[in-house]
Design a protein around this ligand. Sequence first.
Ligand code: FES
Length: 87
Amino acid sequence: GFELELASSGRVIPVAADQTALAALLAAGLDIPMSCEQGVCGTCLTGVKSGVPDHRDQYLTPEERAANNQFLPCCSRASSARLVLDL
Ligand code: FES
């Protein structure tokens, strides 16, 4: 697993190995827009302020992936222990 930190509040939300980042955010009470839940539509796109996403979507371009400043929490995870999100 890994952790998500909300930049606005400093709140830390753990993501279990068998849970998506989106599921963890929703369970924590955040209102994240979503649709496909398969990394295709881009609806759940969330800004990343620090940390390294493990991009597993089919939506971002290679350049967008490399910038490490946004990710799709319905399918993507983290390569670093924590991602600080623009939430
Ligand atoms: Fe479609 Fe995340 S809900 S990419």
